[in-house]
Design a binder for this molecule. Structure first.
Ligand SMILES: C[S@@+](CC[C@H](N)C(=O)[O-])C[C@H]1O[C@@H](n2cnc3c(N)ncnc32)[C@H](O)[C@@H]1O
Length: 217
């Protein structure tokens, strides 16, 4: 199996063949995650990972926050796009995946750039000092509305919030969502859509990615 196409379907393979190649360390992490974790699909993958890297490269955030590290794939992608001196804080509640994330942050020589906080994002965020230029929300879907409430005052004016899985496998289209995960995502999308302070676009990339800009306080 070709290295860059491991664990993907035909469309993803086509996207990958026409994008920059995934670097060998990210491939190793993705493979390791598939071999050793129960839900490897949670990892954002090469196409979205490259987009995250390029967004960081274009936007040049000095301080980045990620909710939901998992094995560290998206954190490494974002950190690769950061300027020298920038910092990335990432929060993970499941300590079983934190060793892998730490191991790969070190392998990627990004352990000075990325700080991994173990615990519940809703407890940890108030303990991290300072505001953020860019936040990636990729934690528990049921908590998306709470994440938004907690991070909005902490994102600087002009800052960006990215939210992953905002289509939740298409379940956001259900007339009456019957599970708390879908409800969390639906409520989050509604909160974002109805907030005039936020400029936003919801893209059908993978499981849905929202790009949200805080226009004013
Ligand atoms: C979709 S995965 C993150 C994938 C990762 N961003 C990537 O693309 O490689 C979601 C992660 O959020 C974590 N999580 C869930 N609730 C959380 C919380 N309240 N605080 C911090 N992390 C949480 C889960 O344990 C899981 O590892």
């Amino acid at each position: 199996m070709e290295a860059s196409t491991f664990g993907t379907n035909d469309l993803e393979e086509y996207l990958l063949r026409h994008s920059s190649a995934e670097d060998s360390l990210l491939y190793e992490l993705r493979r390791h995650t598939h071999l050793t974790n129960l839900h490897p699909r949670m990892l954002c993958g090469p196409t979205q990972g490259k987009l995250l890297e390029l967004i960081c490269f274009m936007f040049k955030p000095s301080r980045v926050l990620e909710i939901g590290t998992y094995t560290g794939y998206s954190a490494i992608c974002m950190a690769k796009g950061l300027n020298l001196g920038a910092e990335l804080h990432t929060i993970e509640i499941n300590d079983e995946v934190c060793d892998t994330a730490k191991e790969f942050f070190t392998k990627a020589k990004l352990d000075k750039v990325i700080t991994l906080h173990q615990g519940d994002a809703l407890d940890i965020i108030p303990k991290i000092e300072g505001d953020f230029d860019l936040v990636l929300i990729d934690g528990d879907k049921r908590q998306y509305p709470q994440y938004l409430k907690v991070i909005l005052p902490r994102v600087r004016v002009g800052g960006i919030i990215l939210a992953d899985n905002v289509l939740w496998g298409g379940k956001v289209l259900l007339k009456q969502p019957d599970d708390s995960f879908t409800k969390g995502v639906v409520d989050f999308n509604k909160m974002v859509a109805e907030n005039d302070k936020l400029d936003k676009v919801l893209l059908p990339l993978r499981d849905g990615l929202s790009i949200i800009r805080k226009q004013f306080e």
